[in-house]
Design a protein around this ligand. Structure first.
Ligand SMILES: NC(=O)c1ccc[n+]([C@@H]2O[C@H](COP(=O)([O-])OP(=O)(O)OC[C@H]3O[C@@H](n4cnc5c(N)ncnc54)[C@H](OP(=O)(O)O)[C@@H]3O)[C@@H](O)[C@H]2O)c1
Length: 283
């Protein structure tokens, strides 16, 4: 059985490969990466490293050859670009005769109004249309997304948000990685959808948890989107990132990440790492 992970030189993908290496022989593992030099450490441990770029279909024919089960990690960028890249990858998987695709999607992908959802909705549909057995790993938010705000809080800044009382199911990337490794290497996951969410919490609740972990009270400032944008700009964030950050706040406020689920427990045999424990691991 050959397992392949794309995006394996990324933050999530490398955690998935590390997790797989604990239970799967390295000789059964293949990674498809844009830059093989970045995957030297996997190669040294017996993992086969192949070059594959979702912008270059011909590279994927070689990268996916002989693969049984594939974990496709979503690329980054604009929806239009990602949909094109994902179509290229799904088409290549079909040509290669891949028998199972796990895909990292977003919470509630088919109905979500989140600005990132169009990519995931389209990709889930194209995988279904390809007729390849699948598992959609609908990942809620990475706790690691909050590292800049946590660092700000450590330096004495308030927790500024325009997300109101919207709730988020934050979980550690390591939890998402373990869930993905379980699905890729396990059996009984054909045509499944997993909503992978930690316990749902508000901005006030995460700020309080951060405060408890860093041992300092973290004041929360609830502001409008425009003030949030101004605050991010004056904190030195690059101009091009501001609209995306505002969209995230708006989408959280509108409840697009409020998906309650115990699917983590089903896959990991335990709930997602509790919030304060997760924060202690990344701070
Ligand atoms: N749920 C959340 O909170 C959340 C937050 C951020 C991102 N995401 C999504 O989750 C994915 C993984 O997150 P991450 O933190 O691991 O991000 P990351 O470290 O930026 O990894 C993204 C991976 O995608 C690969 N990639 C990008 N374009 C590609 C292409 N044209 N062909 C092949 N591979 C390509 C990158 O390859 P290189 O290593 O060569 O750069 C990288 O390995 C992201 O790409 C994004 O879709 C989710």
């Amino acid at each position: 059985m050959k397992f392949l992970v794309t995006g394996a030189t990324g933050k999530l993908g490398s955690k998935v490969v590390e997790t797989l290496l604990k239970t799967v022989p390295a000789s059964d593992l293949v990674v498809s990466v844009r830059n093989p030099e970045k995957a030297e450490s996997f190669k040294a441990r017996g993992v086969e490293v192949r070059q594959g770029d979702f912008d270059q279909p011909e590279t994927l024919d070689t990268a996916f050859a002989g693969i049984d089960r594939l974990l496709m990690i979503s690329t980054d960028g604009e929806n239009e670009t990602r949909i094109r890249q994902h179509k290229t990858a799904v088409d290549a998987a079909k040509r290669a005769g891949v028998t199972f695709i796990a895909y990292t999607s977003i919470a509630n992908a088919q109905e979500s109004t989140n600005f990132l959802a169009p990519t995931h909705k389209a990709t889930e549909q194209m995988i279904i249309e390809a007729g390849i057995p699948y598992s959609f790993l609908r990942n809620n938010w990475y706790l690691e997304n909050e590292i800049p705000s946590i660092q700000g809080a450590q330096a004495g800044a308030p927790w500024v948000t325009s997300a109101g009382n919207g709730k988020v199911g934050w979980a550690l990337q390591q939890d998402y990685a373990e869930a993905a490794a379980t699905v890729l290497s396990g059996i009984g996951h054909d045509n499944t959808i997993y909503e992978l969410s930690g316990k749902l919490v508000t901005q006030d609740e995460i700020a309080a948890a951060v405060g408890a972990v860093i041992g300092k009270e973290v004041a929360v400032q609830h502001v409008e989107d425009a003030t949030y944008a101004e605050t991010m700009k004056s904190a030195g964030l690059p101009e091009f990132l501001i609209p995306m950050l505002v969209n995230i706040q708006k989408d959280i406020r509108e409840g697009t990440l409020e998906v309650e689920s115990n699917d983590f427990e089903k896959l990991l045999g335990r709930p997602a790492t509790p919030l304060k424990d997760g924060l202690a691991q990344i701070i």
